[in-house]
Ligand binder design. Structure first.
Ligand code: C5P
Length: 230
């Protein structure tokens, strides 16, 4: 259990590599994110192994399908004990409501959040798939829809967090990747913020990968991020 806002992304192609990193981290000081590559390779075994080590897990599979299918997938994730799971808000109100209702009906406390617009997309990409609104407008529209559908929050960039705080309130979760501590390399991230800037902007949780996982001493990197936040 951790009250920290830090979620470390375990972006590894094997269970062994992921656990090797997890074993260098402290479940009292961070949560872990498992994404599509690791989960597709390792399956539920990775969740069991991380839970067994005391970590809370964000299962980042971004479900997007018909309501019944997504509700079943979200239920399956929750029954494996994950702390957080996500869907694509563009799957629509009925899909999100079905997923939220399924958790509630089964007394499952897993946090359910949604991706609004992938940050890899630009205005021109939205137009190409037939969306006439600009990016900021589409993010706001889908964040509102997410909240109305009974979900607890969104994945968003730190740049979007401040506005979404005024639109959806403080308690609506804003889980933010694209974070670079002042000591870290930028890598391939485009628009970055430091942990402190992102929290000031209204993020409630920070997803951080390589600045910790590629550090010579991951716990030292984690401690340096905690110090930046203090
Ligand atoms: O290593 P890094 O800190 O860039 O990792 C960030 C994590 O957040 C990765 O798992 C990446 O897939 C994810 N992510 C992101 N940007 C988004 C959404 C997710 O970097 N817009």
């Amino acid at each position: 259990m951790s009250e920290s806002p830090l979620i470390i992304a375990l972006d590894y192609p094997s269970l062994d590599a992921a656990l090797c990193m997890a074993d260098q981290l402290d479940p009292a000081r961070c949560r872990l994110k498992v994404g599509k590559e690791l989960y597709t390779r390792s399956g539920p075994a990775v969740l069991e192994a991380l839970h067994g080590r005391g970590f809370e897990v964000f299962l980042d599979l971004k479900f997007h399908d018909i309501p019944n299918t997504v509700a079943g997938a979200v239920q399956a994730a929750a029954e494996q004990g994950v702390w957080m799971v996500n869907v694509h808000a563009s799957g629509g109100r009925k899909m999100m409501e079905a997923a939220a209702e399924r958790l509630e009906k089964n007394g499952l406390a897993t946090h359910l959040i949604a991706v609004t617009v992938l940050t890899s997309l630009q205005d021109s990409d939205l137009q190409e798939v037939g969306l006439s609104d600009n990016l900021a407008g589409q993010v706001e529209r889908l964040a509102r829809l997410t909240q109305q559908s009974g979900l607890q929050g969104v994945v968003c960039s730190a740049q979007e967090a401040a506005h979404l705080k005024t639109v959806c309130g403080d308690r609506f979760l804003k889980v933010t990747p694209g974070i670079r501590p002042s000591f870290a390399a930028v890598n391939d991230q485009q628009r970055i913020m430091t942990p402190n800037e992102a929290m000031q902007a209204g993020s409630t949780h920070l997803v951080i990968g390589r600045p910790v996982t590629q550090a010579v001493d991951p716990m030292e990197a984690l401690a340096a991020i905690e110090a930046e936040l203090a």
